[in-house]
Design a protein around this ligand. Structure first.
Ligand SMILES: [Zn+2]
Ligand SMILES: [Zn+2]
Length: 211
């Protein structure tokens, strides 16, 4: 955390106006472009540069600045069952203390046993500035579903042919004597071929077909 903070970075906030008098309060709203990889990699995330609406409350306390509020954005991903693209409104709760270096030096002796883990997580105010980005990241990840679904009861894909079951209510395959299954598969390939281009190579699972 030695890199100097850049006040032009939209996720860097200035506490000079707030001042250091404990109890001082400042509310602010800011719309910022989402940093890259804001979300759960490969599952669901806020697209880079998409707007993130921040509503924050900065409160001056003895040891630093307590930041609380919300971040709202729209995340994009795909359903884990049927792979349909989906979007989610995210409302992430933010609550974090940014400490003054001097307060930390003074108030908390370094060799406090059992305090190491906490120390590593401590976020600091640098030259009156603090960087909300790591806090925003954690908050957004927490607010996102690990297993997003297009709908609560998404039935997923047909295990036999890969069709999206929600698109075809009542979709089923007649249970067939396994000895006939191969033949039936052949017949279906021909049927599909008639609809499309007769190339019959795709035996079995159709890749997800856009209509
Ligand atoms: Zn789904
Ligand atoms: Zn099927």
């Amino acid at each position: 955390m030695n890199a100097r903070l850049d006040h032009r970075n939209p996720l860097v906030f200035d506490t000079h106006e707030l001042g250091r008098r404990p109890g001082a309060l400042q509310r602010l709203s800011r719309s910022v472009p989402a940093p890259s990889d804001l979300g759960i990699a490969g599952v669901i995330a806020v697209p880079e540069s998409a707007p993130v609406e921040l509503e924050l409350r900065l409160e001056s306390v003895m040891e630093g600045v307590l930041v609380s509020g919300t971040a709202r954005a729209t995340a994009e991903g795909e359903c884990v069952r049927c792979l349909e693209p989906l979007t989610r409104e995210v409302k992430a709760d933010i609550q974090e203390l940014f400490s003054y270096h001097d307060a930390d030096d003074r108030g908390r002796p370094k060799a406090e046993p059992g305090d190491d883990a906490e120390d590593e997580d401590t976020l600091f105010i640098e030259d009156g500035l603090f960087d909300l980005e790591p806090v925003l990241r954690d908050a957004v990840v927490l607010a996102l579903p690990m297993q997003p679904l297009c709908q609560e009861d998404c039935a997923g894909l047909c295990p036999e042919c890969g069709v999206r079951l929600a698109d075809e209510p009542g979709h089923h395959h007649d249970a067939v004597d396994p000895r006939w299954a191969a033949l039936q598969g052949l017949a279906e390939t021909v049927k599909d071929g008639e609809k499309d281009d007769m190339d019959g190579a795709g035996f079995g699972t159709d890749e997800k077909q856009e209509k």
